[in-house]
Each structure stands twice: as C-alpha cells, then as structure tokens.
Design a protein around this ligand. Structure first.
Ligand SMILES: [Fe+2]
Length: 266
C-alpha cells in the first residue's frame, strides 16, 4: 500500500504570497498524479487553509479535485473544524455522531485513523478524555489489520526547532501516547504542524513529521535551487518491514529541465 502525505498548505487569499501557496499546492498534486506506481491514498495532515474561511476551502478544494487518488483530510490549528467538515462533507468519512473531525478508513490493507488534535484555547494540540476514548474505540473496531495514525500535532517531543512540545501539557500528550500504544497494532504515526522534517517514536511506534508544502513557510535549511520546490512524503507499506518513507521534491524534474536549459543556453 502506498500513502502520499501532504501537509500545511496554508491556503490564503489575501497574503502577499497567496499565489505562491496555491502554486506550491498545485505543483504537489501534479507531482503526486505522476507517481508510478500511483498512491492508493493521499492524506492531508492539516492546516489546509490559513484562516479557516469558506472561500479558502473552496480554493483548496479546487486544487484537491485534480488529485487522482482518494484524498483524506484532518484539521490543523489554522483550520476551522466546522468549515472544514462542511467543505469535505461529500467525502463521507466524517461521522455525524462526533463533535470532532476524526475517523477510520477500513478500505485498505492498512487501516487509516485520522485524529482531531485541535484546541479551542491555543495553536498547540489538545486531546481530551473524550477523544482518548474515541481513539481507543476506533482502534478496537477492527482487530486484524495494522494501523497508520495521522495527526496534525506530533505526539512526541520534536527536538529540532524552538518547541519540544506541541501539545498544551505533557499530560495531554501522554494520554494520547498511551491510547496509541494500547493495542500494539499502530505501526506508524504521521504528522505535520512543525513545518520541518523530524522523526521520533511514541513508545516503540515510529513517528515522523513532514515539512510544510507552502515553501514560504517551510523551516530548515535548503539549497537555493530547492527553495521554491515543495517537499512531500510517500509512505510505502510492506507487511514484513512496515513503512518506508521517501521524501519527494515536487516539480524536481521540471526544475532540472530548467537548469539544463539554462546551462545549454548560449
Ligand atoms: Fe502549519
């Protein structure tokens, strides 16, 4: 099974770099569509838009509509839970009996569980007792398949960057961490939010953070020729080895052609 992860597109309509954020998103979807073999699923781990506005979701949906693989989304701190749920209601995976934007997808050899880590108080993550209970129920609903969990806020300490902890308190993060480990069937955790690549563990479960698709908001050092090229992750699952993650540079081929063109130009 092949899962493409994208994150932190921060689509906005009224910032000076609005056009570039849309272009980064479009470049990424075009690159994903050219993958061979194609991904089975695309998961967007939040901050789809920057201000949670309806018109921003309309713009984001116009880009996502070009994706050839099924797209699953979850909210980041810049999203508006209600507007996001409304914008993606036709996808059918948000449950009407939940206040949160969390769900499980059972259509693949690996179950996908998307979590809602939004806080009503800050940009950091929250995971109340109700959500812990819901996560345990989602995990226990099926007992034979491995599970990949997707979150916006990473549920482990990210030692790169200014903030170690991306949840409001260590207690909230350990409540989530315990729930993730309770069955032994969660084989990987994939997150966003930090805008830079990172890797760690939740207990013995490997966990990664992907960089942000919006190149103007990406953190970390990159060579000059990569500065305008978004990076996304492709997670390939093998039943024996688990997930292997590849970082891909969207538009790298186009950029190489451009460099070649520059080099050969008289
Ligand atoms: Fe973000």
């Amino acid at each position: 099974m092949i899962i493409a992860q994208i994150s932190d597109t921060h689509i906005a309509l009224d910032t000076p770099d609005a056009g570039r954020r849309i272009r980064d998103f479009e470049l990424t979807i075009a690159d994903l569509n050219a993958l061979d073999p194609a991904p089975d699923a695309i998961v967007h781990t939040g901050d789809i838009v920057h201000n949670g506005r309806h018109d921003e979701y309309i713009q984001a949906m116009a880009t996502l509509a070009n994706a050839r693989a099924p797209v699953y989304v979850l909210p980041g701190n810049k999203d508006n839970r209600m507007n996001l749920r409304e914008a993606f209601s036709a996808c059918g995976y948000f449950s009407s009996d939940s206040d949160f934007a969390d769900y499980a997808i059972d259509d693949y050899p690996v179950r996908l569980i998307a979590l809602d880590t939004l806080s009503s108080a800050s940009n950091k993550g929250d995971f109340c007792r109700k959500r812990v209970r819901r996560l345990i129920d989602l995990i226990d609903a099926e007992t034979t398949k491995p599970i990949a969990v997707f979150t916006h806020h990473p549920p482990f300490e990210v030692t790169e960057g200014p903030d170690l902890l991306h949840f409001e308190t260590p207690e909230v993060m350990s409540g989530l961490s315990e729930a993730l480990q309770h069955s032994g069937r969660v084989v990987a955790i994939f997150s966003g939010h930090v805008h830079r690549a990172a890797a760690g563990h939740v207990g013995s479960i490997p966990a990664t953070v992907m960089p942000c698709i919006a190149t103007t908001l990406r953190r970390g050092e990159y060579p000059a020729r990569m500065k305008r090229l978004p990076i996304y992750h492709v997670h390939r699952f093998d039943p024996v080895w688990g997930f292997v993650t590849e970082s891909r540079i969207a538009g790298a081929q186009a950029s190489t052609n451009l460099l070649e063109h520059d080099r050969t130009r008289p």
